[in-house]
Design a protein around this ligand. Structure first.
Ligand SMILES: C[S@@+](CC[C@H](N)C(=O)[O-])C[C@H]1O[C@@H](n2cnc3c(N)ncnc32)[C@H](O)[C@@H]1O
Ligand code: SF4
Length: 378
């Protein structure tokens, strides 16, 4: 039984210099075969007996890569497959991740009419020089245009992503990015501190000492200023990197952080079904070949059990500002602090965790240092 469906679209016009997602340049010719394979993958899972939770899927999320590169017809075919195979809840959230470079009025209108009701756009920064340094294909004016086109097409639930801690980024520039983003009036906003991932161009530059990133203290200041400004605009923080107007928290994100079963289809997509976490073949051509010849496209899987499963679930719950419900946890799995109290004692002492009203949660300092807290738990 699954509550949500994630559909991975592994194509991009060009790879950004910081990105280590499962995505490929110059492969969009594969898109029609790829979409057919994803539909077949969905049908095969239903053929094996997989069903949506009662009431239908609560979320269908097209992530990437750049889903907005695909023709509207292919995206709508995929949504139809999900709808016909699993059924959608009447208020299901249907999200498209979009790159501003791909904005197209006709495409947005067709998607809105066909049942997409949420768009998440990668803005990243309000300065062209930063977009260029990141290797983004769009510029600030494209972001503004894309946003307006999506609004005109009838999207009333829109999110945008920003990044901070960029090479040579100053605090005033970050503040300007936040203010510019908030002027667009998003219902939801995510921001992330740049992570230098192995295998990326930024990683190679950093290894040569050629990636001048802001210092740790400056990055912490940027994170704190980000929270202040976004919350000042009425979007409450509900997770380490995510903010929303009341009632606009992303259903897709919440399913994941609440550790509810979801099916992920497409190259490299992750699923969590019946206590098993599994990942599909990462190469688009290998994925298409496997699905079309009736083979299982899963490349790796792991059953999470015992303490490991509980620790994983706890880190997901602690990412959210509401925190971990100690009473609910005790009813299902025993006393959380008896099992994990010793491991978390240093985090309590460092002022990273607090216990209040039956919940255990990260403090603002804990959200800044969340990786260290989670490492102690895992
Ligand atoms: C699923 S990703 C990709 C969305 C979309 N493909 C795009 O780039 O516009 C969502 C967000 O994660 C963030 N992100 C991706 N790689 C990152 C990295 N190495 N460090 C920090 N944030 C990153 C970006 O803000 C990005 O918009
Ligand atoms: S557009 Fe998004 S997925 Fe594609 S390369 Fe850039 S960050 Fe990665």
């Amino acid at each position: 039984m699954v509550h949500g469906l994630y559909i991975h679209i592994p194509f991009c016009e060009r790879r950004c210099h910081y990105c280590d997602f499962n995505t490929y340049e110059g492969m969009t010719d594969l898109a029609p075969d790829y979409a057919a394979a994803v539909s077949a993958d969905i049908a095969a899972r239903a053929g094996e007996g997989l069903r949506a939770a009662p009431g239908g899927l609560r979320s269908v999320y097209f992530g990437g890569g750049t889903p907005s590169l695909l023709e509207a017809g292919l995206l709508l075919d995929l949504l139809d497959s999900a709808r016909e195979t699993f059924g959608l809840a009447p208020d299901a959230e249907v999200t498209l991740e979009a790159n501003p470079s791909t904005a197209d009025a006709g495409k947005f209108r067709a998607l809105r009419r066909g049942g997409f009701n949420r768009i998440s756009m990668g803005f990243q920064a309000a300065q062209d020089r930063h977009l260029e340094a990141l290797g983004r294909v769009h510029r600030v004016a494209d972001s503004e245009r894309a946003w307006d086109l999506a609004r005109q097409a009838g999207f009333e639930d829109m999110s945008l992503d920003l990044m901070f801690g960029l090479p040579k980024q100053s605090l005033p520039e970050w503040e300007a990015s936040l203010d510019w983003a908030l002027e667009r009036g998003p219902e939801h906003l995510s921001f992330y501190g740049l992570t230098v991932e192995r295998g990326t161009r930024f990683h190679a530059l950093a290894a040569r000492g050629e990636l001048p990133l802001p210092g740790e203290g400056e990055q912490a200041g940027m994170y704190e200023e980000g929270i202040r400004r976004v919350e000042g605009a009425g979007l409450a923080q509900y997770e380490i990197s995510n903010f929303a107007l009341p009632g606009r928290e992303a259903v897709h994100n919440r399913l994941y952080w609440e550790n509810l079963p979801t099916l992920g289809v497409g190259a490299g997509a992750w699923s969590f079904v019946d206590g098993v976490r599994s990942g599909r073949l990462r190469g688009p051509a290998a994925y298409i070949a496997a699905v079309t010849s009736g083979r299982d496209p899963v490349a790796e899987s792991e059953r999470l059990e015992g303490r490991e499963a509980r620790a994983e679930e706890a880190t997901l719950a602690l990412r959210m500002n509401r925190g971990l419900d100690l009473g609910r946890w005790a009813a299902a799995r025993g006393d959380f602090l008896v099992e994990f109290g010793a491991a978390l004692a240093p985090a309590f002492r460092a002022g990273c965790l607090e216990r209040e009203g039956g919940f255990l949660r990260l403090t603002p300092r804990g959200r800044l240092l969340s990786n260290e807290v989670f490492l102690a738990l895992l």
